[in-house]
Design a protein around this ligand. Structure first.
Ligand code: FAD
Length: 377
């Protein structure tokens, strides 16, 4: 018979969402235990690599609001960590005019600065890039430091009193009426709330526990390209960018774009795109970089990014966990809070999502949940 431990909150997954949630809950005085199936700094999930794009620039105004909510919380997290976790070096959207106009409109409606330019004027200013049809620039965007944020949040959570058990997969969650029992590492952990922040493993973990929307796991394969010395981007470096292409087969998914880029200072510019996203099994240990997919990125860089050397410096794979409409799952059912599936665009919101997890987990009566499971079915 395994032994039972009792805590206020159990968290499955100590990646970006789970670690920042653990910090917030522990610093407010709750006893918190978190589990991760892998060792610290692993590259098997969704949060490894140097950077992610931070942007307020979304076509859907709800994400503009959520990113605005995240901004002061990023500063709070960075201050607590004593590290730079977010840099607002600017964000460019270009491509399909309707998509760029929607982004610009949503930013303007939120009272944010946005410059709309034609491609020739944009190429004058950002000589390392070619631009497609319409361009919008927002200075609030930029990059978050990804692995650094996860490591800092894990450290802060432990400093605040949380236990994190690495290399300890949660085998099973049992739901009783007013509590959950988490089975991990040969022990049972009983808690009034369990937060499922298991990224690509969320669907399998929730199976038979709570009804969740359909989740699709895919792998993206971004590559880093070195900037040419005369790349034409000036002293301020590369803003982050999204290239909005035309809808695929007539389907205009709300977040559709062809390619994205973000500078990893000291290394180059990470470029990824939806030609390099393929279905994936998170338990497949043999996942490797596919040279044929990297070739799509090399072609893209040759066509659109003359300021980069098209020989990749490095390439990696990373998992997306998506709903069918690219929105998030952030909700509570009984003792189970689900926060992780963020459809490949969640990192920028991590501190705001963790704040919402804290409210959901502690039963606050302020209903500020942004997306409920029902709403994304
Ligand atoms: C290539 C790529 C580019 C991206 N670019 C951007 C971007 O530019 N901007 C942006 O905002 N977002 C971006 N994203 C999305 C963002 O990175 C993710 O939304 C975010 O990292 C997800 O964090 P998470 O905590 O949900 O997942 P993870 O960090 O993967 O954490 C889940 C954790 O759960 C653990 N786990 C799973 N099952 C169990 C179990 N049974 N027991 C114990 N532990 C378990 C895993 O080991 C893992 O550590 C990108 C994602 C990818 C892959």
């Amino acid at each position: 018979m395994s032994r039972s431990e009792h805590v206020d909150v159990a968290i499955v997954g100590a990646g970006a969402m789970g670690a920042v949630s653990a910090w917030r809950l522990a610093r407010s005085g709750r006893s918190v235990v978190a589990f991760d199936r892998f060792a610290p700094g692993h590259d098997r999930g969704s949060s490894h690599g140097a950077t992610r794009i931070f942007r307020l620039a979304y076509r859907d105004p709800r994400y503009v609001t959520l990113a605005e909510r995240a901004l002061p919380l990023w500063h709070e997290l960075a201050d607590a960590a004593g590290e730079v976790l977010l840099e607002q070096v600017g964000q460019l959207d270009h491509g399909r005019p309707e998509a760029v106009a929607e982004v610009a409109g949503a930013l303007r409606a939120a009272g944010r600065s946005v410059e709309e330019l034609d491609p020739a004027a944009a190429s004058e200013r950002w000589g390392g890039m070619r631009f497609d049809r319409a361009v919008a620039y927002n200075p609030d965007g930029g990059r978050c430091w990804a692995e650094r944020t996860v490591a800092a949040a894990q450290r802060l959570a432990v400093d605040a009193g949380a236990q994190i058990h690495f290399s300890t997969p949660v085998d099973r969650i049992e739901v009783r009426s007013d509590r959950a029992v988490v089975h991990a590492g040969g022990s049972r952990w009983v808690a009034p709330v369990v937060v499922v922040a298991a990224g690509a493993w969320t669907g399998s973990l929730l199976d038979g526990v709570v009804a969740a929307p359909e989740l699709l796991v895919t792998a993206d394969q971004p590559a880093v390209f070195a900037a040419r010395p005369d790349c034409g981007m000036g002293d301020s470096g590369w803003p982050s960018f999204l290239h909005h292409g035309d809808p695929i087969a007539g389907v205009d998914r709300p977040l559709h774009f062809d390619a994205y880029g973000v500078e990893n200072p000291g290394e180059g510019v990470k470029v990824g795109g939806f030609n390099t996203v393929v279905p994936a099994d998170p338990d497949d240990d043999s996942r490797r970089v596919d040279p044929a997919l990297t070739r799509h990125l090399v072609d893209y860089v040759q066509q659109w990014l003359p300021g980069l050397d098209p020989s990749p410096v490095s390439a990696t794979t990373c998992l997306f966990t998506s709903t069918t409409d690219d929105h998030f799952v952030l909700d509570r059912r009984g003792p189970v809070v689900v926060c992780s599936p963020c459809s490949g665009h969640g990192f920028k919101f991590v501190p705001a999502i963790a704040a919402e997890v804290e409210r959901l987990a502690t039963g606050s009566d302020q209903p500020v949940t942004v997306w409920r499971i029902d709403a994304v079915r």
